[in-house]
Design a protein around this ligand. Structure first.
Ligand code: NCD
Length: 320
């Protein structure tokens, strides 16, 4: 298990939500809620991270996560540098750790890392200088902690604090999904009433994973009466070509359309971490419909990342 805490117990890195106690999760969500910026209003800014330099290192594609980590840092007064890994020396064979060491010499204080290989983020965290923090922006199929938090914040805003009264259905490629794993940690940590896993057999997690999840082999069985429907993208990049399901066939059996959504509660909300494959896991009518909170998830991403950056940051003396 990753040690992401300082000796005094405070959070130094954020690599997984596993091990975060409920009050700690609630505190982060509360702090994030204070940073939520409603459409049409001006974002809240402050200087709490003034003097801090943050490096975004993404070796996998990203739109929302990278942009929102960048905005989060800037809105707290930090300096943010995006490293285009395709253009960096990693393409010449430099290891991630050598890149990190270089950036440490340039006085970086925090690294936000997305990587397709499990364990890389924790390996960096174990090897950085004592004042440096490392935040996961998505690690292979394993973990995407800020996504888990922004999903929880979105549910909190729409359904209130009584998570114990809610049923969450996660639908799709759960086996390869870091979003599903971090959602599981966030929502079980916050005491969700029921958590259902709906997937074709080949996309179900391995036995033993998601121990509290109740497994269903069709949306027709699993969506009945649920409060939250979380759709997932098929993670083609983490599959052998032969295992990738045919899009049309997949939509027919697992795609979310109005007819299937009607099985959930009338006020159920629909979530998707994006990028969406419209017509494969979800249709336009539902993705853009009145029950969709997908755009709220994006908006909450900045607020949650501000809360996390602020939480891990430690004031330190000015450098000479
Ligand atoms: C997801 C990711 O990269 O894990 N996107 C995101 O961060 N919002 C989901 C995905 O790629 O399907």
């Amino acid at each position: 298990m990753v040690n992401q805490r300082r000796p005094d117990g405070s959070l130094r890195h954020l690599i997984t939500l596993d091990g975060l106690a409920r009050p700690e999760l609630e505190k982060l969500l509360q702090r994030a809620q204070g940073y939520v910026c409603l459409p049409g209003s001006q974002p809240r800014m402050n200087q709490r991270l003034a003097g801090i330099t943050i490096g975004n290192l993404f070796t996998e594609p990203s739109t929302r996560t990278r942009v929102s980590f960048e905005l989060a840092g800037r809105r707290l007064g930090a300096e943010v540098v995006n490293l285009e890994v395709q253009l960096s020396s990693q393409m010449k064979g430099e290891t991630m750790l050598d890149t990190i060491r270089t950036l440490e010499s340039l006085h970086f204080d925090m690294f936000v890392i997305r990587d397709s290989q499990a364990g890389v983020v924790a390996h960096v965290a174990d090897n950085v200088a004592a004042h440096v923090s490392v935040l996961s922006a998505g690690e292979a199929h394993v973990s995407h902690p800020t996504q888990g938090l922004l999903d929880a914040l979105t549910v909190l805003q729409h359904k209130g604090e009584r998570f114990d009264r809610l049923t969450l259905a996660v639908v799709g490629d759960i086996r390869h999904s870091r979003v599903a794993r971090s959602a599981y940690e966030a929502f079980t940590g916050l005491g969700i009433g029921e958590l259902r896993l709906i997937a074709p057999e080949g996309l179900m997690p391995q036995p033993g994973e998601f121990p509290r999840g109740v497994r269903f082999s069709t949306p027709e069985d699993g969506l009945q009466g649920c409060d939250i429907v979380m759709m997932l993208r098929i993670q083609k990049e983490r599959m052998q070509a032969a295992a990738i399901p045919d899009g049309g066939d997949y939509f027919q059996h697992f795609g979310l359309d109005r007819r299937r959504l009607q099985l959930a509660k009338p006020d159920a909300i629909v979530m998707h971490p994006q990028p969406m494959n419209r017509g494969i896991e979800i249709d336009d009518e539902v993705a853009d419909g009145r029950q969709s909170v997908i755009r709220d998830q994006v908006r909450n991403g900045v607020a949650v990342r501000m809360a996390v950056l602020e939480q891990v940051a430690r004031p330190r003396p000015l450098r000479a």
